[in-house]
Design a protein around this ligand. Structure first.
Ligand code: ZN
Length: 448
């Protein structure tokens, strides 16, 4: 009855044609940026780059990288929006800002009506690709504030004809009740909050896997959606398939999504973006299968042209045919694997929050956790994983403590992890981006 693809032509375009389409769009987009954005004109000129130099897609590398810091500086110099904006702010119809995950100054973004329609269109690739259809009842467990979050997904769902239930300013309990009462078939939420909803439901005596009609979850906002153990836990709890998506405030929409074939990664929407993967130190491209930083060019946002933007997201790109769905967009194996600046150095060993989470989530008895980094006696760095045990599973704790400690150490060159238990319900629950790493060491040496 329905096609498997939202955009059957572009999603299955042979890669050679896809590259031609990207080149065509890139040239037009750079011309627009050069003519209308003082920020880009200044930087293009300093790098000796002109849009007409783009003869093949490889010429992309003539364009200078763009960083969040440059963008932020331009906003600080010329409040409110800096000189990146390529149109008169009076023509904008929407304002959003980044969530400021790393504790820095948020970035302010503006969109035109056309930009906003584009955002909805691109979300449709991911929603449809994971199986959302006009018959679906979509529940948004989302705060609808100035953080962009699921706003684009909301309009995407309307565009494809599904029924949208905006679960804004409400308690978690109120949301659980609404999901059941309204017969929601799909829930859009962060992975952390999806778990929180499930825990709340359990406390209310509701088994969401049996008493709700939810069969799909659209996850976004945290890398967790592609961590196998975390995903398995959510899928079992809800009795629903979980699909990972990722975007950022800077792009205004998703960039990657997991299709319904669930290949263990997320397809790049390559007719609307150019995604490069580079070595974060040298800026040189890395081959398929090797970790690197993703660099994003987003064609759809005229107001704030994003060209070769350094995302600091860590990814591993693999060819499109790793998945058998027929899409020709390449895949980020394991989704977004974390952020380059999230790496913590503990006594000479690199620790990534995502790697720790991947192990912690294998323990079904753990309800919530936190990674606490501190300095003992002002000399020795220590890492402690604090866990909450699910009610009724307390007797598993002694065994779990020992096993988890051993497993974490063997995954980190023998680094000792303290594993501590805290009372159920004491660790923070997050609706937006979870902040599970607390670094209590003196700031001057380690930054934010
Ligand atoms: Zn696929």
């Amino acid at each position: 009855m329905y096609s498997e693809y939202w955009n059957p032509k572009n999603e299955t375009l042979p890669r050679e044609e896809l590259r031609n389409l990207q080149l065509y769009k890139l040239r037009a987009f750079c011309e627009w940026a050069y003519a209308n954005s003082p920020f880009h004109r200044r930087r293009f000129t300093a790098a000796g780059f002109r849009p007409e130099q783009l003869k093949t897609l490889d010429d992309l590398r003539r364009i200078p990288f763009m960083t969040r810091e440059e963008w932020m500086d331009s906003q600080l110099e010329k409040p409110l929006f800096g000189d990146l904006v390529a149109a008169d702010p009076r023509h904008a119809i929407r304002y959003h800002l980044t969530s400021g995950t790393s504790g820095r100054t948020p970035i302010r973004v503006l969109d035109s009506l056309k930009d906003w329609e584009w955002s909805a269109e691109v979300w449709c690739y991911g929603l449809w690709g994971f199986g959302v259809r006009p018959e679906d009842v979509m529940y948004f467990a989302f705060g609808y504030g100035s953080f962009i979050g699921f706003w684009g997904a909301h309009y995407g769902c309307e565009k494809l004809g599904a029924l949208v239930i905006p679960g804004g300013a409400q308690t978690t309990q109120g949301r659980v009740e609404q999901i059941v009462e309204m017969g929601a078939t799909t829930v859009c939420s962060t992975p952390t909050y999806a778990l929180r909803l499930w825990q709340q439901a359990a406390e209310m005596g509701i088994d969401l896997a049996k008493q709700s009609k939810v069969n799909k979850m659209i996850l976004s906002g945290e890398p967790t959606g592609s961590i196998p153990a975390a995903k398995r836990q959510l899928e079992q709890a809800w009795g629903a398939k979980c699909g990972d998506t990722a975007g950022m405030t800077e792009t205004g929409s998703i960039v990657i999504f997991e299709c319904s074939h669930q290949p263990g990664g997320t397809h790049i929407i390559e007719d609307h973006y150019i995604e490069e993967v580079i070595n974060p130190e040298t800026g040189e491209p890395v081959p398929y299968g090797e970790p690197g930083e993703r660099v994003c060019t987003a064609f759809g946002r005229g107001f704030i042209p994003l060209i070769r933007y350094r995302s600091k997201d860590m990814v591993v790109r693999v060819p499109h045919d790793t998945c058998d769905c027929g899409r020709t967009g390449d895949i980020y194996d394991g989704g977004i694997r974390g952020r380059w600046d999230d790496m913590k150095l503990i006594r000479g060993t690199n620790v990534y929050a995502r790697a720790v989470e991947a192990i912690v989530r294998e323990y079904d008895a753990i309800a919530e956790f936190q990674i606490y980094i501190w300095r003992k006696d002002n000399v020795r760095d220590e890492i402690t994983v604090r866990v909450e045990i699910k009610p009724g599973r307390e007797e598993e704790w002694p065994e779990l403590q020992k096993k988890l400690g051993t497993q974490l150490a063997s995954a980190h060159e023998g680094l000792h992890f303290n594993v501590e238990r805290v009372d159920y319900g004491t660790l923070a629950r997050f609706e937006l981006k979870a902040k599970r790493v607390v670094d209590d060491r003196p700031k001057a040496e380690y930054g934010s």
